[in-house]
Design a protein around this ligand. Structure first.
Ligand SMILES: O=C(O)c1ccc(O)c(O)c1
Ligand SMILES: [Mg+2]
Length: 648
């Protein structure tokens, strides 16, 4: 389907907005009136610019407070509208969005409103303009799409239809399935926006907190499915009022927006397939008539031909982590090595041409990008997670999906002797490598690590059970963008997320996984977008390793001369009184800085290393009884302990 975006969703001048929309790959735009009024470009120039950028102008919006007025006001409103119709002719746009009135002095008389909307459509017709009437969730009299549709039907003019906006419908909890009862040709426009659930006044919610589909809590797939089932064939258009987007680079927002729409279209296509299959199944059953009456077949209901939806290559079915890459500068690389060694990792191999070491601990693999100025390879920041190697069945297929989701591909390696690894950059700058497993394949990343390491390479001390999860800090403004990216590029499902009261401010955390398993990613952000985590160092990151016996790993760590992050005694006093843990167990936990969480029958035992550098730490976790969380109940105490450690 054609994809559009309202200029109000992007920041900058009208010209910057149009350029950003075009660059991301949108087909069209809705022009928000204030963007035009504030523009130095004449309407004809806007039209020409849009044309030259390959964009159509699909909607002019909004026209406000038209209906439910007395005769004198109606005449004034029609004059105001005519000026806009003439402007629309210059712009080359033929649909105008009219919002339901919010005027306190308007009249709640349906017959009057319908008659006045009809007058508006009649006045628009000579200009070749049609009117799309939208029920605002806070409209004075019309705040429900079903009411808007009743008025449109009553007005009965071919130039008058409805505009459906998912926010106004879903924010009010109105059942969207009745959209199927509206003839598709009377749905003149479709605006899509998601939003997080927030108990607040709908106007404020709408004007500040809308987000792109997939970033909030609404079921936009089902919603879009209803609109398409009604026979709508116009553009899918994003209309997102959002404080962050208004203040962000419009090119980045537009790419985020298009990614969201590509996913929505794909998911809508898949949902439609499922619906068709279910219906076909029913049809097969109803076709079996009782014997004796011949082969009577139920006539098929006549439905409009379904509009073509663009699909994405299927999600990658990521199986887990092949590796995590940590880059460390000269001043901290020794500390990172020591921490890995204390957890049972051994430096087993070296990359054949780069200063990258492979460290193995049981099934967990870490690539240590050790700064080597002689090789021209330096890392100037604090030690950090710089790449995720994700284990997928088909790296090329994963790459195709990622590229369709506007993930910037990273340059392929040139050295003909090296594996041809495919990777993209996530919004936070982390490289995501798609690692196919087949060891015979040329794409196996392991074939680049051929040089046995000096010293005590070989067997690892303790059996870590792979990489359990990776925690990545996101700048607040890019949290939703990153969530959408990791979720849909890697085919992960998000959890509900939590907000944590940490010593340095509120922290938002959301984890995603594949059915509770790997590759699990936890994204964190500072809710106010400031504080120590938003400084130039980037926020805290961690890599968590799974194991079967957290105490054994902790003991081995201490035997190795390393100490875990120290957790205060108060934590254990609290644990002793709110759980059934044996006093001896609690004492052992205190000794090794082990924390505990329980959800249902699932238990979680975990401890942390101290910060290895400004922002990176490691964690060891043990899950039992199907525990599927991340110990977030303990995160505020971990953050307090890190804060205390930093100020010691
Ligand atoms: O908030 C508003 O005023 C407004 C205007 C136009 C729209 O399409 C809309 O959904 C909201
Ligand atoms: Mg709208």
């Amino acid at each position: 389907m054609r994809r559009s975006i309202a200029t109000v969703s992007l920041s900058g001048t009208l010209e910057e907005k149009l350029r950003a929309a075009s660059r991301a790959g949108f087909d069209g735009v809705e022009i928000f009136e204030n963007d035009l009024i504030g523009s130095a470009l004449a309407p004809r120039d806007v039209r020409e610019l849009a044309e030259s950028l390959g964009l159509t102008i699909d909607l002019y919006q909004p026209f406000r407070d038209f209906e439910g007025v007395d005769e004198a006001r109606l005449e004034r409103n029609l004059r105001r509208a005519e000026a806009k119709f003439a402007l629309m002719v210059e712009l080359g746009v033929d649909v105008m969005l009219v919002c339901s009135s919010v005027a306190a002095d308007s009249v709640g008389d349906d017959a009057l409103a319908a008659a006045q909307l009809r007058r508006l459509a009649e006045t628009a017709a000579p200009y070749g303009v049609r009117i799309a009437y939208e029920a605002l969730a806070w409209g004075r009299w019309v705040d429900d799409y079903r009411h808007a549709w009743r008025l449109v039907r009553e007005a009965d003019h071919p130039g008058l239809g409805v505009c459906l906006d998912s926010f106004h419908i879903l924010s009010r909890g109105h059942d969207p399935s009745a959209i199927r009862d509206i003839p598709g040709e009377r749905i003149f426009f479709l605006q899509l926006a998601d939003a997080p659930l927030m108990p607040m006044d709908v106007l404020h919610w709408s004007r500040h907190h809308r987000c792109f589909p997939g970033q909030g809590a609404f079921d936009l797939t089902a919603f879009t499915g209803h609109v398409l089932a009604a026979g709508y064939g116009g553009p899918l258009s994003l209309e997102v009022f959002n404080d962050v987007f208004r203040a962000s680079d419009p090119r980045r927002t537009a790419a985020d927006a298009l990614r969201s729409l590509a996913v929505l279209e794909d998911e809508t296509a898949r949902a439609r397939d499922r619906e068709e299959r279910a219906r076909d199944g029913d049809r097969v059953e109803t076709r079996v008539e009782p014997a004796g009456d011949g082969d009577r077949v139920e006539p098929r209901a006549v439905r409009p031909a379904p509009v073509a939806l663009t699909r994405l290559p299927a999600p990658t079915r990521a199986r887990g982590y092949a590796f995590v890459e940590i880059a460390a500068p000269e001043h901290s690389v020794h500390g990172v090595r020591a921490a890995l060694a204390s957890l049972g990792f051994r430096h087993t191999r070296d990359h054949r041409s780069k200063p990258v070491q492979l460290w193995c601990g049981g099934d967990a693999r870490v690539l240590l990008n050790a700064t080597d100025p002689q090789l021209g390879h330096t890392w100037s920041g604090d030690a950090a997670v710089t790449a995720l190697g994700v284990d997928v069945a088909d790296a090329e297929a994963a790459m195709r999906r990622a590229e369709r989701l506007l993930a910037p591909p990273l340059p392929r390696r040139r050295d003909p002797a090296e594996a041809d690894l495919r990777a993209v950059a996530a919004p936070d700058g982390t490289s995501v490598f798609f690692c196919a497993q087949d060891p015979a394949e040329r794409q196996d990343w392991r074939s680049d690590f051929t040089v046995p390491a000096d010293g005590d390479g070989g067997t690892a001390g303790t059996a870590l059970a792979g990489i359990d999860h990776v925690g990545l800090f996101q700048p607040f403004d890019h949290f939703d963008e990153a969530s959408l990216f990791y979720r849909f590029v890697l085919g992960l499902e998000p959890d509900d997320g939590v907000e944590l009261a940490a010593p340095d401010g509120m922290v938002r955390s959301r984890a995603m996984s594949r059915g509770g398993a790997g590759p699990r990613i936890a994204l964190n952000a500072s809710l106010l977008g400031r504080g120590p985590y938003e400084d130039v160092r980037g926020g805290p990151q961690h890599v968590a390793f799974g194991c079967e016996d957290v105490f054994a790993v902790a003991r081995a760590m201490r035997d190795h001369g390393a100490e875990p992050l120290r957790i205060p005694d108060n934590y254990y006093a609290d644990l002793a009184c709110r759980t059934d843990l044996q006093p001896l167990t609690v004492e052992r936990m205190r000794e090794y800085g082990v924390l505990y969480d329980r959800i249902g029958e699932g238990e979680f035992w975990h401890f942390y290393t101290p910060m290895l550098d400004g922002r990176l730490f490691l964690e060891v976790v043990q899950r039992t009884g199907g525990y599927a969380g991340y110990g977030s109940a303990n995160s505020p105490f971990r953050m307090a302990a890190q804060r205390a450690e930093a100020s010691r």
